[in-house]
Structure formats: structure tokens, C-alpha cells
Design a protein around this ligand. Structure first.
Ligand code: GLU
Length: 338
């Protein structure tokens, strides 16, 4: 860890989106482009998810100025699943701070599946990063609150503030996962054996399972992502949810770990911090510009929505969102003329 960095002021590196009408057109283009993604399977390891209609598909973009652009099934609710990890991490960052969260949870990729037990063993019980289940459960356990119930309330309130509306729990998905999440319970017990968790591990898994069962729409994901893109202020409600520093730290973790074992490929193709969930949601964040939310339940073998990735890739290029893309400050023709 680099000591003393937090004393240096953080300048933003941001640009502007094209005018509103053009964004509408490009969101439509991205939707049509992504329809070519006809492969993939709906997740069924959580039994309740297997019932999802595989053809549902929606794409939404929320601008930091508050504008919303949506095409397709962007009002259909689905469980947020792993995408909740990003927002719970942000809430815990807010209460713990940069150095504590780095030491307790970590930021490096495991290179292994999101629910890997081997990754914990290989790293002396360290959860490694908050986007794999070990790190996510350990992060949930760090939420402010004296009881699991208080932690759950803080999560539901916090994620609702990101969305700008009260998010409800999908009871069927919660019960279905709670009945079949032996692996997550084993992960929590393993963390406990390494003294990496300070609360009742099974209570932490229960809160984690509930956070994964919160219902969102693609529009909600776009607004939640736009809040991370807007220095922590929800651009629709105008309310601050977390600090700009917390957004920066959360986005760094998403860039390296947000898309399971495909995080490198995602960054190479799309160039944005993002997070996917096994119910078919993806959110991506373009700092200072916009948030993207997509929903399409068919997943690739790593667990990422096939159509969501295609739509995000199209938008990243067409809207100029890729954080690694730049043009020469002085165009070559002007340089020669000068
Ligand atoms: N609740 C799911 C689990 O822990 C989330 C998985 C995901 O979306 O990656 O298995």
C-alpha cells in the first residue's frame, strides 16, 4: 500500500456525452446490436432464477445530468445478485475508509471462480477482494449496525438511496438461495476459522443472501451506476449517497474484479468499471458521464449476461465511454500547420 496518498487532492478526469437525442439513438443501436447474442444459459444453481424468461432484454443509460434513456424491458424487476456487492462495498468503504478496507478485504483478483474455496486457502484466509463471495460476505459483515437486522436495514436503505427509490426483497429468490447456499455458508465458516470475520458467520451469509435478493430493474441499475459516476450524488434525487473518494475506490475494484474471471477481457473490450450478476444484470460506470444498466438473463460460462456485454461494448464505443481511449490534444494536422 502506498502511504500518504490520501493527502494529495484528487482531480477528476471527465468529459461530456453527446446531446440527449443522440444518446437515445445510440442506446437503440446498442440494443439492436446486442440482439445478435443468441447464446448462453439462464442461471439455475439458485432454483428460483431458472424460471426467468431468457428473451427479456433491456438497456438503460442514466446521465450524470439526470437524463434517462431506455430501450426494451428496462422496467422488469429481477434480483440484483452480485451487483449488490459493489454498493455494499461502497457503503462499507464510507464507514471504514481507504486503508482499513484495503487491509481487511483487499483489492486483487483471485483468478478463480467467484465462489472459490481454494482461493481462500491459497491466500491464508484473506478474502482477496469484495467482488468474490468470500470478500463480499466479509464486507457485509463489516456493515454498520449492532445486529444482523440493523445491518440488513442499512443495506436496504443504502441501496435504495443509490437507486432513488425503495428496493423490495424478492422473497422467493431469497428463500430459494437460503435453502441451497451451503457453499456460501462453508465460505463464511472458513473465514471464521481464519479469524477474518467478527460477527456470526451464518448471520452474515443470511444478510448477504438478502442483499442479493433485492429487486431492481435495468433503469435502477443505470441510476445506481450513474450515482457512482457522479461522485456519489444520485443524479435523479440530487441526494449524496457516498463520498467521491468512495466512488473512486469502488470503481477501481470493479475495474479489476467486476466481471468474474472475465474481468480482463471486459476491460479490454469495454474499458469501464462494471459489475454483473447471475440473474442477468450488468451495470457499468463511466466516471463523470453516465451509468449503464442492462438486463438479459442468458449468461456466458463465467456468469456474465451475453447481451448485456454486447450492449455495453457498443455503448462504450459509440458514446465514447472507454476510460482508456484518448485523442491527441493537438491534432496532427494542426501540429504540421503550426
Ligand atoms: N447470490 C449469489 C451467490 O452468492 C450471487 C452470485 C452472483 O451474482 O455472482 O452465489
Amino acid at each position: 500500500m502506498i502511504v500518504g496518498l490520501e493527502e494529495i487532492g484528487q482531480r477528476a478526469s471527465t468529459g461530456v456525452l453527446p446531446g440527449g437525442d443522440q444518446v437515445d439513438v445510440l442506446v437503440g443501436d446498442a440494443y439492436r446490436f446486442a440482439l445478435r447474442g443468441t447464446g448462453g444459459e439462464v442461471a439455475d444453481y439458485i432454483p428460483a432464477l431458472a424460471h426467468a424468461d431468457p428473451e427479456l432484454f433491456g438497456v438503460a443509460v442514466a446521465e450524470v445530468g439526470g437524463g434517462l434513456h431506455a430501450v426494451g424491458d428496462t422496467g422488469v424487476p429481477f434480483s440484483i445478485q452480485s451487483i449488490s456487492k459493489a454498493f455494499v462495498y461502497a457503503l462499507v468503504c464510507q464507514s471504514l475508509g481507504h486503508e482499513q478496507i484495503m487491509a481487511r478485504i483487499g483489492v486483487n483478483n483471485t483468478g478463480l471462480a467467484f465462489n472459490s474455496v481454494i482461493a481462500i486457502e491459497l491466500n491464508d484466509g484473506h478474502p482477496m477482494n469484495p467482488m468474490v463471495n468470500a470478500g463480499a460476505i466479509a464486507t457485509t459483515a463489516l456493515m454498520p449496525g449492532n445486529t444482523a437486522e440493523q445491518q440488513w436495514e442499512a443495506i436496504q436503505t443504502g441501496l435504495s438511496a443509490f437507486a432513488g427509490r425503495t428496493l423490495a426483497l424478492d422473497d422467493d429468490v431469497y428463500r430459494s438461495e437460503a435453502a441451497t447456499n451451503q457453499r456460501n455458508r462453508a465460505i463464511a465458516r472458513l473465514l471464521e476459522s481464519y479469524q477474518r470475520i467478527d460477527v456470526d458467520p451464518l448471520a452474515a451469509v443470511d444478510v448477504y443472501t438478502r442483499q442479493c435478493s433485492l429487486l431492481v430493474t435495468a433503469k435502477d441499475l443505470a441510476v445506481m451506476a450513474a450515482t457512482l459516476a457522479d461522485g456519489g450524488v444520485n443524479p435523479v434525487t440530487g441526494r449524496r449517497v457516498v463520498s467521491a473518494t468512495v466512488c473512486r475506490d469502488t470503481l477501481a475494484v470493479l475495474a479489476t474484479n467486476g466481471l468474474y474471471e472475465r474481468s480482463g477481457e471486459w476491460l479490454f473490450d469495454i474499458g469501464l468499471p462494471g459489475k454483473s450478476g447471475v440473474a442477468g444484470g450488468i451495470m457499468a460506470v463511466s466516471p463523470g458521464k453516465a451509468g449503464i444498466g442492462t438486463f438479459a438473463p442468458r449468461l456466458d460460462p463465467a456468469g456474465n449476461s451475453v447481451r448485456g456485454q454486447l450492449a455495453a461494448a457498443h455503448l462504450s464505443r459509440a458514446l465514447g465511454l472507454n476510460i482508456f481511449a484518448s485523442d491527441a490534444a493537438v491534432p496532427e494536422a494542426d501540429r504540421e500547420a503550426g
